[in-house]
Design a protein around this ligand. Structure first.
Ligand SMILES: *Cc1c(COP(=O)(O)O)cnc(C)c1O
Length: 456
């Protein structure tokens, strides 16, 4: 029995599809063996992402109706702004339609050709923005080997940061970014101490410290529960202590905004805010709505309050931990410790007979779909593989992971038990799974559109 319980009851329900085995096979074939291309109507349990997939609360649905759709200066913006200011302490608040708009607007103000952005790990859309600005993205995560035992596996490597900043490349660094939690590194938290040490270095070299705060509440909860000296502090207070150390943040509010769309920029520097606003008007809309409807801002304001509730966050962390145990019992190698937003499985270890070039993580993800219409995402060589500069086969990703993302407040323990059953069926025949090869791909984010085929 789970040691937690969903801290809500269900007021509105949505039926889920149950495609037959034949329908699943047909859907996967016509999707070019790429789960991003499978229509949602052919999915039973969708753990592709925790982004924009949350169930809103009754209070959020009712907040929608008080949305003020005035073009300029809407009440909805005032509510949103005051919630964000109270939460973060940042005075300048700009709404945007989603996280990557915020990243593009902020990073293009700070970066130019030849500049560097340094991070614990740039999320893929963050990296794309850095590159589009003509700059380079340097990731300095704490190493994966100590990541296994490290309660703060999302941290930036502070000694490595110090070496970089004091070395010849230091002059080119225009910002340091901490992604909290570190999505690309297993959804692991960044400790308060790590943020503090990073800030000391940033101050020494006069470089702004920015947070990618998309999962700020989950980070705060994990930090509070894993730091002896913070025991008893509310997640909201921990989040605030972290915001207090930074010069600003951006966030995709499709995560810890517990809503289906939205993002924000929040900074202290009014000069930077003005420059961002100027760009925002050009590409997003007037600065008091930033590409969102007024009602979205009301739902987000409410979501940003609900997301820091300790009972909700405990449920979130404990259900992830419980689900990881189920998957492990089902025979899948699970990454520990678990975070909040997803459980990661090491497909490379499960499918040792499939080399990275034949996309073992894709093979596992596709088999989970075929076995039970469960959709997860591949975070292996399809996503992180890099073309070989010498023109040979793609260089493999460091790890072949499959991510079971957990949409907020959407699936119950029963749904996750079903997923574990399906996983057990797949694990039992792991030795017979075959790899895939890419037959068509475009651009830097090939995983979204690539067409694949199974290898014979
Ligand atoms: C989702 C995400 C983004 C991008 O946000 P979108 O709303 O998808 O544009 C940026 N950083 C992190 C850490 C994210 O998880």
């Amino acid at each position: 029995m789970p040691s937690f319980m969903e801290p809500f009851r269900i007021k509105a329900v949505e039926p889920i599809p149950f495609p037959s085995g034949e329908e699943r096979r047909a859907a996967l074939v016509s999707a070019g063996y790429n789960l991003f291309r499978v229509p949602a109507k052919a999915i039973t349990i969708d753990l592709l992402t925790d982004s924009g997939t949350a169930a809103m609360s009754a209070a959020q649905w009712s907040a929608l109706l008080s949305g003020d759709e005035s073009y300029a200066g809407a009440r909805s913006f005032e509510r949103f702004e005051s919630v964000v200011r109270e939460l973060t302490g940042f005075t300048e608040v700009l709404p945007v339609h989603q996280g990557r708009a915020a990243e593009r607007i902020v990073l293009h103000r700070l970066l130019g050709h030849g500049d560097l952005s340094v991070a614990n790990t740039h999320f893929d859309s963050t990296r794309a923005s850095v590159l589009a600005a003509g700059a380079e993205a340097v990731d300095l995560p704490v190493s994966h080997t100590d990541g296994a035992a490290n309660p703060f596996g999302g941290n930036i490597d502070v000694p490595a940061l110090k070496t970089l900043l004091s070395g010849p490349a230091g002059d080119a660094v225009r910002c340091v970014v901490l992604t909290i939690t570190n999505n690309a590194n297993g959804g692991q938290p960044v400790s308060l101490t790590n943020v503090r040490e990073t800030k000391v270095l940033c101050d020494r070299y006069g470089i702004p410290l920015l947070l990618d705060a998309s999962r700020f509440a989950e980070n705060a909860y994990l930090v509070a529960t894993r730091s002896a000296d913070l025991a008893g502090l509310e997640p909201r207070a921990v989040a605030r202590a972290i915001f207090d150390l930074a010069d600003g943040c951006w966030a995709s509010l499709k995560k810890d905004g517990v809503a289906n769309i939205g993002g924000l920029i929040a900074v202290r520097d009014s000069g930077l805010a003005d420059r961002c606003r100027d760009q925002l008007i050009e590409t997003e809309g007037f600065p008091t709505y930033g590409g969102l409807a007024g009602r979205d801002l009301d739902a987000l304001a409410q979501g940003l309050v609900e997301v820091t509730e300790p009972r909700y966050l405990r449920y979130r962390a404990e259900s992830a931990r419980w689900f990881a145990e189920l998957l492990e019992q089902a025979g899948l190698p699970v990454l520990r410790p678990t975070g909040c937003h997803a459980v990661y499985v090491d497909a490379g270890r499960l499918l040792r007979h499939v080399p990275p070039a034949l996309l073992p993580a894709t093979a596992l993800a596709n088999e989970l779909y075929l076995a039970g219409a469960v959709r997860v995402s591949e975070l292996g060589t399809l996503v992180f593989g890099r073309p070989d500069p010498e023109g040979g086969p793609d260089l493999p990703a460091p790890r072949e992971l499959v991510r079971f993302a957990l949409p907020r407040r959407v699936y119950t323990a029963n749904h996750l038990e079903y997923v574990a059953e399906v996983a057990g069926e797949v694990a039992a025949k792991a030795g017979s799974l075959r790899g895939y090869r890419v037959v068509r791909q475009v651009g830097r984010m090939r995983q979204f559109t690539a067409v694949l085929e199974p290898v014979a």
